[in-house]
Design a protein around this ligand. Structure first.
Ligand SMILES: Cc1ncc(C[n+]2csc(CCOP(=O)(O)OP(=O)(O)O)c2C)c(N)n1
Length: 320
């Protein structure tokens, strides 16, 4: 395997200086009151601060949707792109600028509907980045159309009599892809778990896919409220190599299952649990999966001179 220079992302601040949370906060978020995106934003700013990420070395790439407004609220580089296209943009950024910390912010419509093809290939490329799927199970920005993750029977503007197809389970779908290397799930209303999940994702040497079950109080209150209110509705996937909570935080959950994240077959089994409960934690991690960005940093294994030579000989074919 080709190795990257080891400390690409480590840009030290001058002695004695450090970034504060305010250094990552930009304009006031314009999401609805009670929207889960607010807590995710706080958690991401906390992560940036804890990790002391240089804002000029950090980029948030999004598609289109309420959630995709995220880059506007970070005082880092950002790219609020085209619907469903956050993945190819982020992969392009990482491929050419491996020194940057890259985050993808995408909604369930953005990722699992119009962007589904890009989602598949980004997982397989496994470039080092953190992907946050804000899953509110509805198209929020366009005011309540059925999304691929809407629960069966969801009443929406596109399906006034209730949706008729079974939803995509993004965890299960991602775990079915080749070269998948990190799949986790959390919920926006459990800050200790959310923070620990983001930290684990950032530390992963590859693409960390995190589905965040997100509250949309305007269009989907009935869908998430039982999970928020019922302490029996969540099951923590616990393991020393998983998302580790301290004893006090772990005690707040009634249901804790041991789950070894190195076992992909067990991970796929755990992904099936969604029918009875909302599992949160690290489903799967493989730190050894091939990373396409490592090849990009070295021109896919070809020396620059070879590439220039190839271009010149191609051009020569057209010379008279
Ligand atoms: C090519 C294209 N098709 C459709 C739209 C309209 N559109 C904007 S946002 C959106 C859905 C967003 O839903 P989701 O990704 O779940 O994000 P949320 O708003 O719920 O955060 C759609 C269909 C668009 N902007 N561009």
């Amino acid at each position: 395997m080709i190795a990257l220079q080891p400390d690409f992302c480590d840009i030290a601040l001058p002695e004695g200086e450090h970034y504060s949370i305010e250094d990552y906060a930009s304009s006031k978020a314009r999401w609805c009151s009670g929207c889960g995106a607010h807590t995710i934003l706080n958690s991401v700013q906390k992560l940036c601060n804890d990790k002391q990420l240089p804002p000029e070395k950090t980029v948030f790439v999004s598609g289109i949707g309420c959630s995709s407004r995220f880059p506007h609220y970070m005082k880092t580089y950002g790219f609020h792109g085209l619907h469903g296209r956050a993945f190819p943009v982020a992969c392009g950024v990482k491929f050419r600028r491996p020194d940057l910390n890259v985050f993808v912010i995408t909604g369930d419509g953005d990722c699992c509907s119009i962007g589904a093809g890009h989602w598949v290939h980004a997982i397989r490329y496994n470039m080092k980045m953190v992907v946050l799927l804000f899953d509110n199970a509805i198209y929020g920005l366009t005011k309540k159309q059925t999304s691929p993750t809407s629960p069966f029977g969801t009443v929406s503007n596109t399906h006034p009599a209730g949706s008729v197809l079974p939803p995509i389970n993004p965890i299960q779908a991602t775990l079915g892809l080749p070269n998948v290397s990190f799949v986790a799930q959390t919920v926006d209303w459990k800050p200790a778990h959310l923070n620990a999940t983001l930290k684990k994702a950032f530390d992963h040497p590859g693409l960390a896919f995190v589905r965040i079950v997100q509250r949309c109080p305007i269009w989907m209150r009935d869908s998430y409220e039982p999970t928020v209110k019922d302490p029996d509705a969540i099951t923590v996937l616990n393991h020393e190599n998983g998302i580790v909570l301290d004893e006090k935080a772990l005690k707040k959950f009634r249901h804790v299952n041991e789950h070894d994240p190195s076992d992909i077959l067990k991970a796929r089994e755990a992904a099936e649990m969604v029918k009875e409960t909302t599992p949160i934690g690290l489903f799967y991690q493989n730190k050894e999966a091939i990373r396409y960005d490592e090849y990009g940093a070295h021109n896919l294994g070809t020396a620059v001179e070879d590439r220039i030579g190839a271009i010149n000989s191609m051009m020569d074919r057209y010379a008279i």
